[in-house]
Design a binder for this molecule. Structure first.
Ligand SMILES: NC(=O)NCCC[C@H](N)C(=O)O
Length: 412
């Protein structure tokens, strides 16, 4: 049987195809006061960020991975879809940017429509400044409240974290309703790609959960542990309610998934997703930030399965190591502490994504070079560690796993 264009049955199977977004003007097209709302802690130096990102992409290519780019796939999907699809996309993007109708809606639409598709996609991603349009809004809100605000449409600086707006699971994906307004428009690109890009459309891919929800889930919380088991973080970004919803869809369908381990992590900016504190890197090895484990290595987990009556069953346990060993049928498990478990080093390196490793094959991982203590520990535990440049990319608070959306991995 031909492999589907999305096929991911583990976190660690040899990575064949991945989707990235090369950082562009969106990562510098904002002012310091906009940073908290845009979920950034600093303003990256773009030429360096691009150099680092190209280094990341080259590292993947050098290891046999096909690299696709979100921005290119989006434009190709819109062109393949034709004018009605492009119009619908633009309308939805404008509505979700706050312009359902009116003169400003029309002016923005004309402006964006005057560009070729690739330029239009890049402009939407990069943000539209007020001074780009020959238009002075006359409504009271613009005049009295937003006079000094420089944008009609905000940039989307978090797009290079392609992991989050959607997640590959088996022969399908979840297209996510994200938590904060700064990121909610992002998943519209993936929805468009899946529906209209010739590589993905009509290929029998399943959408386990679409973006038309009010409950929230993000890909950084969705970990594919095997072809039958997922782990999903109950986090700042993913609600228990959304996990129950996707669990019902997966467990009741032909997805192959039988078990979902919900893991509750602290709800804060540094640990926004499960993959900022916990990743799978080999058949029996995981990274874990010691800060999430309580006394004796305990943490709340709920294993969700489908009962005979068609309802979800919950099994609450706190011994993470034993829960994982049971779910993955392992005799032993190596939980490798970020920063060698030192409280200062672990907290510092976790902040710069020391736990956020991307496995490209069992036991081979891509990490940020700045986390030199965690990298040394990984090597001491027998892993092959490919380090990538990280001064500027890390300012967005995400690492190699956050910056990549695997589309195809070899089965284990
Ligand atoms: N999977 C991840 O942990 N992604 C990192 C996302 C960082 C981004 N600045 C955010 O706050 O959403």
């Amino acid at each position: 049987m031909m492999t589907k264009p999305i096929h991911v049955t583990s976190e660690i199977g040899k990575l064949k195809v991945v989707m990235l977004k090369r950082p562009d003007v969106e990562v510098e097209n904002f002012t310091p006061d906009m940073m908290p709302r845009l979920l950034f802690d600093d303003i990256p130096y773009l030429p360096e960020a691009q150099k680092e990102h190209d280094n990341f992409a080259d590292t993947l290519r050098d290891n046999g991975v096909e690299v696709l780019y979100l921005e290119k796939l989006s434009a190709e999907a819109l062109d393949a879809g034709g004018s009605a699809v492009k119009d619908h996309f633009l309308e939805t993007m404008l509505v979700e940017s706050g312009y359902a109708a009116g003169v400003l809606h029309d002016a923005l639409k004309d402006y964006l429509n005057s560009m070729d598709t690739f330029a239009m996609v890049n402009k939407i991603m990069g943000g539209v400044r007020k001074n780009e349009l020959d238009f002075v809004p006359r409504d009271l809100v613009s005049a009295a409240e937003e006079e000094d605000y420089p944008f009609f449409m905000d940039p989307m600086p978090n797009l290079y974290f392609t992991r989050d707006p959607a997640a590959s699971i088996g022969d399908g994906l979840s297209i996510n309703h994200m938590t904060f307004p700064a990121r909610q428009r992002e998943s519209l690109f993936m929805e468009t790609i899946i529906k209209y890009h010739p590589r993905f459309a009509n290929q029998g891919l399943s959408v386990w959960r679409d973006r038309n929800h009010t409950t929230r889930i993000e890909g950084g919380d969705e970990l594919v542990l095997s072809d039958t088991v997922l782990a999903i973080g109950v986090s700042q970004r993913t609600s228990a309610n959304a996990i129950e919803d996707i669990a019902r869809n997966l467990l009741k369908s032909d997805s192959g998934y039988e078990k979902i381990i919900a893991i509750r992590i602290p709800h804060n900016h540094a640990m926004m997703h499960l993959d900022t504190v916990f990743t799978m890197i080999n058949r029996d090895q995981f990274t874990v930030h010691p800060g999430i484990l309580g006394e004796g290595g305990h943490i709340d987990t709920w294993t969700i399965t489908l009962g005979g009556d068609g309802e979800l069953n919950l099994d609450h346990r706190t011994d993470l190591k034993q829960v994982l060993k049971d779910a993955l049928h392992l005799d032993d498990l190596d939980l490798i502490p970020t920063g060698a478990g030192d409280p200062v080093i672990a907290a510092r390196e976790q902040w710069n994504d020391g736990s956020n490793t991307l496995a490209i094959a069992p036991g081979t991982v891509v990490t940020y070079n700045r986390n030199y203590v965690s990298n040394k520990v990984l090597r001491e535990h027998g892993l092959k560690v490919l380090e990538v440049l990280s001064s500027e990319l890390s300012r967005g608070r995400g690492g190699p796993r956050c910056m990549s959306m695997p589309l195809v991995r070899e089965d284990l």
